[in-house]
Design a protein around this ligand. Structure first.
Ligand SMILES: Nc1ncnc2c1ncn2[C@@H]1O[C@H](COP(=O)(O)OP(=O)(O)OP(=O)(O)O)[C@@H](O)[C@H]1O
Length: 230
């Protein structure tokens, strides 16, 4: 299990995460929702070791460093210029000391032009390439920051199915999305991050309550303001 205990992260005087606790269990899809600026990407970056200067505990309870068996899909994947999609995949595997895999099987699904330069791909293709680099590596845990963002309808449906199958095979998946349906259709549990605090964890049986709670807070805080504008 990947475990976050009492995570606190500040940028200067701005405390972005306040004593956050979260567990990512094997064989589970854990959704993370929150408004823009709530702290989701910062939480992910701390979990994956991209942010160092925080307090609290982050660990894989199996005793490995978190990154060793965990793959990350960043919010905006970066590709070096003049590297083809295939070279990028080979680079990812070599960086981890893994043998070069056969990408053809997965790429029959994702249909990427692997011999074109990755930095010339469309936004959706870039997202697919970064996903492909994770899928060929069989990680125990996946951390996916907005994986559905930019994907076309077909890739969206495909990704949901892939995630569910990986979960059923034992992979633990932490998933952020601003598309509530994408989370409620795939996740086993959802944590709501508000102003850097976990406001509540919802089990799958409570997802209807989650939608109601989000609507209620929207009605309370924003719809009255809208009445004055339109
Ligand atoms: N490197 C940084 N330096 C200073 N402040 C930062 C830095 N990175 C993030 N922040 C601040 O931390 C807060 C949380 O940002 P974060 O990107 O984690 O939010 P988020 O929930 O992922 O938002 P979004 O849904 O818009 O992607 C914001 O107020 C942001 O301005």
């Amino acid at each position: 299990m990947l475990e976050i205990l009492n995570l606190r992260k500040a940028f200067g005087n701005h405390v972005v995460l306040h004593e956050v606790n979260l567990a990512l269990r094997p064989g589970t899809i854990h959704g993370l929702v929150g408004a823009n600026g709530a702290g989701k990407t910062t939480l992910i970056n701390c979990l994956y070791g991209l942010e160092k200067d925080f307090t609290g505990t982050i660990r894989n309870t199996a005793g490995y460093p978190v990154r060793e068996h965990t793959g990350l899909l960043p919010y905006e994947p970066y590709f070096y210029p003049r590297l083809t999609g295939r070279e990028y995949l080979e680079f990812c595997l070599q960086a981890r000391g893994r043998p070069i895999a056969d990408f053809a099987g997965w790429n029959r699904l994702l249909e990427l032009p692997l011999d074109q330069f990755a930095d010339e791909y469309s936004a959706g293709m870039r997202k697919k390439l970064a996903l492909l680099a994770l899928l060929v590596q069989n990680f125990d845990y996946l951390i996916l920051d907005e994986p559905f963002n930019g994907l076309d309808l077909e890739a969206n449906l495909l990704l949901k199915e892939i995630l569910k199958r990986l979960r059923d095979r034992g992979t633990g998946i932490l998933l952020t999305s601003h598309i509530l349906g994408a989370l409620t259709e795939t996740a086993d549990e959802i944590s709501v991050l508000v102003g850097g605090r976990i406001q509540r964890h919802y089990a799958a049986a409570e997802f209807a309550t989650l939608e109601r709670d989000l609507l209620d807070s929207l009605h309370r805080e924003k719809l009255a303001l809208l009445d004055g504008l339109v």
